[in-house]
Ligand binder design. Structure first.
Ligand code: UD1
Ligand code: MG
Length: 451
């Protein structure tokens, strides 16, 4: 949007005591992505080039996560948790290289959009020295309230410090603030801790900036995207709103969701246009579904790619590494893991296909199992194109079936099958005429003798 330089500071050192968890609060997930990951993603999309994350001293796993998600980020440790202004100052080394815009965001506010971040920066670009992103809510409890006088934002009052009158205010602080780079550090340093909690509140920057005659404004965001996560209930509510956002995105992209409220997405789910998703489908991480594919009811997909025009389910499970080509079929109670299906390949019923490749137009009969694991190592099964595997076969890996191979139903295949060959891995059928009747008569006689 602009050539102005931007430094973003994400505050994430809080313990989140009310989550009652051993995990740092911002590592809890929404849509399969840690809360802080959502903020990093939004910043990347908003074009904020420099990012600092403030973590706690006992959070090496959070630091590792930040570097994994954003290798260009810098982490700073806030050794004592003395409040949000104190946390922002932990990133002082980053602040000393003055940026035009300094954004402060909270790691526990995951649904903020790149557009809203840009709106805050726009406020700075238009000449404000401090921009606060606010939102209206029917449930303001716990949030800092924005005190507006004559159209001007004069202060932010935290819940604990607010009067009864102030607590009625429904306009709240989202925690996202933009500072002009010229003033950010000196404002942070001027903040004291004279309040009910004895903490250094970043929100006090508003009053101080006003005293200095700086231009302070509030911009409005929606409640959905600015909600913070302090409790498990808020985490659940954030997840619900995130799912709704993903559903709307999918519908707008031209996918049909037959019962949108029953379809659950991960943050990275990719559905192309004309995909149809039936009821009660769960997309775990890393799923891509190509055009015109249909995901039928009660299927669970994770780490999987579904080719154009394919049909998955009902009741199918695609696990990581499942790569289905165009026009494939994976039907009810079929599990596919780390396996490729060539175009037109089918496994329609009750199968486990793991660590395998299935050639194009092959048909895997009901009840086929690839025995990929010997208790120590995994082995591959390679099935050529145009093969036919009869029902209830077990393919003991490592094993290969050539193109056009045919496996008789009920076989246990332990040796490779050459191209266009037929394999019988079962004992030959024996029929004894009249034997059933004879047996029945013998057994009846034995029973009669006893009574
Ligand atoms: C904060 C705001 C409040 C706002 C609300 C929005 C302050 C003083 N209050 O309250 O006005 O309405 O967010 O959700 O800013 N953190 C640190 N170090 C600390 C304290 C906090 O890094 O010493 C981090 C936390 O990890 C969290 C963020 O700062 O990501 C906000 O802290 P939190 O304790 O959740 O503040 P709220 O009570 O939610
Ligand atoms: Mg919070």
């Amino acid at each position: 949007m602009t050539s102005r330089s931007c430094l973003s500071i994400i505050l994430a050192a809080g313990l989140g005591t009310r989550m009652k968890s051993d995990l740092p609060k911002v590592m809890h997930e929404v849509g399969g992505l840690p809360l802080v990951g959502h903020v990093l993603k939004a910043l990347r999309e908003a074009g904020s080039e420099r990012v600092s994350v403030v973590t706690g001293p006992e959070m090496p796993e959070l630091e590792a996560l930040v570097y994994k998600l954003a290798s260009h980020a810098r982490c700073y440790v806030q050794h004592d948790r003395l409040g949000t202004a104190h946390a922002a100052l932990a990133a002082k080394p980053a602040l000393e290289f003055e940026a035009d815009d300094v954004l402060v965001l909270f790691g526990d506010t995951p649904l903020v959009t790149p557009q809203t971040i840009s709106k805050v920066r726009q406020g700075l670009q238009n000449g404000a020295d401090l921009v606060v992103l606010g939102f209206e809510t029917e449930k303001p409890f716990g949030y800092g309230r924005l005190l507006i006088e004559n159209g001007r934002l004069v202060a932010i009052r935290e819940e604990r410090d607010a009067s009864d009158e102030e607590r009625k205010i429904r306009l709240c602080n989202s925690g996202i603030m933009g500072f002009s780079g010229k003033h950010a550090l000196s404002l942070f340093e001027a903040i004291g801790n004279d309040n009910a909690k004895g903490e250094y509140y970043l929100t006090d920057a508003v009053e101080i900036a006003n005293e200095r005659g700086l231009k302070v404004i509030a911009v409005a965001g929606s409640e959905v995207e600015t909600q913070g996560v302090n409790t498990r209930a808020q985490l659940a509510s954030c997840e619900a709103d995130f799912q709704n956002r993903m559903r709307i995105t999918a519908l707008e992209k031209g996918c049909s969701l037959l019962a949108p409220q029953t379809v659950f997405f991960s943050h990275d789910t990719e559905l192309e246009s004309d995909v149809v998703v039936e009821q009660n489908v769960v997309f775990g991480l890393g799923v891509k579904v190509s055009q015109r594919a249909k995901i039928r009811a009660f299927s669970h997909l994770e780490g999987a790619t579904v080719g154009v025009g394919s049909v998955v389910g009902p009741y199918a499970r695609l696990r990581p590494g499942a790569v289905l080509g165009a026009d494939t079929r994976v039907g009810n109670f079929v599990e596919v893991k780390n396996a490729t299906f060539g175009a037109g390949a089918k496994a329609n019923h009750l199968s486990y296909i793991g660590d395998a490749s299935v050639g194009s137009k092959s048909n895997i009969g009901a009840g086929t199992i690839t025995c990929n694991y010997d208790g120590y190592l995994k082995h591959r099964t390679e099935i050529g194109a145009g093969s036919f595997v009869g029902s209830n076969s077990t393919l003991v890996a490592p094993v290969k079936l050539g193109n056009g191979a045919f496996v008789a139903a009920g076989s246990t295949i332990t040796d490779d099958v050459q191209r266009d060959s037929m394999a019988f891995g079962r004992s030959r059928q024996v029929v004894k005429n009249g034997k059933a009747k004879q047996l029945r008569e013998k057994l009846q006689a034995a029973k009669d003798a006893k009574s």
